[in-house]
Design a protein around this ligand. Sequence first.
Ligand SMILES: [Zn+2]
Length: 430
Amino acid sequence: MRKRLLLACAFAGTFAAHAQKLTATEKKIVATVQRNMPQSERLLVQVVNINSGTLNLKGVREVGDIFRKEFDNLGFKTTWVDMPAEMQRAGHLVAQRKGKGKKGKKLFLIGHLDTVFELDMPFTKYTQLNDSTVTGQGVNDMKGGDVVMLAALQALQQNGLLANTTITAYFTGDEERSGKGEAARADFIAKAKESDVALAFESAAGLHTVATARRGSSGWQLKTYGQAAHSSGIFKPNVGYGAVFEAARILDEFREKLSQEQFLTFNPGLIVGGSEVKYDAANARGEAMGKTNIISPEVNVAGDLRFLTEQQKEAARAKMRDIVAHSLPNTRAEITFTDGLPGMPPTPGNQKLATLADQVSRDLGFGPVQAGDPGSRGAGDVSLVAQYLDCLDGLGSSGKGAHAPGETMNTKEFPLLVQRAALMIYRLTR
Ligand SMILES: [Zn+2]
């Protein structure tokens, strides 16, 4: 009987075959999402057409106000978290609702209001390019994702399904260029710690990929020193090899010993060496003067280091320190490391959320979902809370060319991603 049913379904077409895996309630949620779509698209047009580059504080707050009203209408309690004035960031929008029920997970939903496109860059407004593609500043990174999250919650609310759920929606105002200092994310981290699961709506790599892991980022600075002398004496015991050869030795050994490790990358982005060296770390600039007949006494190198786990970061740093320590004759070298964003490792808890996304997607008839390659994603706000709760990212809209003019969003996949998000939130909160 079962066999015959499966066979019949296969012939009936994939959507019919899978749609029956949805409960009556879930079918209602899907129908509500579809009915609301024109309104969700209007909201997306409205927020994309307001410039909200991170440093355009007025624009970021304006976009925040629009989402704030939407969450007020949903019955969420909304607050605006101001940043200290000297940080020069707009602040964050927080929308919360608390349920009494003990069933289901407490959710922390992540979005951001800012984009990489500042006011002094040419403005591109929301434009339809063809039947499945739109462009506009931040349409995919990540105003589309913000609307995916909101539209999913609206569909649940309209079916009375948010009752007794505990949900925090957190929209940061400076994801693309975070404010400096702990205050920038202190409240964000504190609110996440009150939740069980974080879902981040950064852009999706299509319908079939989510992110259970993101790499962390950090920086390093290498300084090498040699004995300044006439070039004719180089390599002689009393003169030595000079700072430039010492820097070259170290960088080449970094490449030989560390470049083939999975998920680990490091890049020397700036190098200055010579007789007189000025290196300005704050502005990422350097100046050097030197002559070919003088052995260089000093070299500065600045680089980054990306990794998946803290262990990988620490192991890489230990190897780099060891390489630095074995100096050429009459030279010396030192390396310092600075922490950036932590990594988000692919934990079993994160994988469970990916499995849920996969199940929901199959039940909707949209096909399988898998965890994508962590090496393809940079660090994000979700990385800051990954050590405290299970996390999944890449649940937002899909498209191409984030962070570049002409970024696009796929409007055909957009309603499907809202449906997937709505059912994931529904199942997680039962
Ligand atoms: Zn983003």
